[in-house]
Write a protein that binds this ligand. Structure first.
Ligand code: ATP
Length: 278
């Protein structure tokens, strides 16, 4: 059960393999990770290093073969039942027959009981158990979707649709938002503008974010911690704390320290890649 003062996320010696015997794929081997409440953590690493597997374990969609996963001290299944975890997939899953506004307000209505369920989990303070539902119309306007409130998803661009999905996920006030390469299909300009809006929402709503990306600059710009992973077996090779001031606007791209972090992470990724190729 949730215990005050526990990490937002804790993985201890987690192993997850697919298949059996010598042909098994070890997607995650002896993975341990601790995430502070309210922090922004990115997972980065070559294809097949277990990033999505890690997200699925955190979201309670799969079980580890060994080790333990806790979200605020409770199991992912308990955390999901209490709607503590929000998921933003690579491609936004919006209901095509509903307006933007209804797409984001409907889950809020459906999940009204979530606050009560959270309240039943021992250790929640009153404020934590019933976080105030944000005004979705206001959040949509802040995310630059003021003109699109009554449009259908098919009338929006890909970037706008993803923005709606992000607002919807934040609107449920999850304690942990799990995002699997949410911007990978977008052009660079749209991507940067969505990063801005994600950072604004994160700053306002103080949600812990676990974010998968293949982009080094995106990881540095967004994160408090960048977790570098390597494949075969999938594992964490290094957690890098990004000590850059916030807010991290466009000016950051011109700063020397930003590029130093990029170089450091690229170096660790190269090593991870070579260790795989060796
Ligand atoms: N359901 C499954 N059955 C069998 N093997 C799987 C399954 N899911 C993942 N794997 C294997 O586990 C390893 C880790 O996969 P995972 O999708 O977690 O990696 P990833 O880092 O997210 O990769 P990518 O960056 O390409 O999305 C890969 O070798 C993959 O083939």
């Amino acid at each position: 059960m949730k215990v005050p003062g526990t990490p937002a996320l804790e993985l201890r010696s987690v192993r997850r393999a697919y298949g059996f015997g010598p042909s098994a794929t070890v997607a995650l081997d002896d993975v341990s990770l601790t995430v502070r409440p309210g922090s922004f953590v990115s997972l980065i690493g070559p294809s097949g290093c277990g990033k999505s597997t890690l997200l699925r374990l955190v979201a309670g969609l799969e079980q580890p073969d060994r080790g333990d996963v806790r979200v605020h001290g409770v199991t992912p299944a308990e955390a999901c039942a209490a709607k503590m975890i929000g998921l933003v997939p690579q491609t936004p899953a919006l209901l095509p027959w509903m307006s933007v506004l209804r797409n984001v307000t409907l889950p809020q209505k459906i999940n009204r009981g979530a606050a009560k369920r959270r309240g039943r989990i021992a250790g929640f303070t009153e404020r934590e158990s019933a976080p105030a539902a944000p005004d979705m119309r206001e959040l949509l306007v802040k995310a630059g979707l003021g003109e699109a409130l009554h449009k259908l998803p098919a009338q929006l661009s890909g970037g706008m649709r993803q923005r709606v999905a992000i607002v919807r996920a934040f609107g449920l006030r999850p304690d942990m938002l799990v995002m699997d390469e949410p911007f990978s299909a977008l052009d660079e300009f749209t991507r940067e503008s969505l990063q801005d809006q994600l950072l604004d929402l994160w700053d306002e709503l103080k949600t812990t974010v676990l974010f998968v990306t293949h982009s080094v600059s995106e990881a540095v710009r967004l994160s408090d911690t960048v977790v570098v992973m390597a494949p075969k077996p999938g594992r964490i090779v290094e957690s890098i704390e990004v000590d850059l001031p916030r807010p991290r606007g466009e000016r950051l791209f011109g700063e020397h320290r930003f590029h130093e972090y990029e170089d450091l992470i690229r170096d660790r990724l190269r090593r991870a890649w070579h260790s795989d190729a060796a």
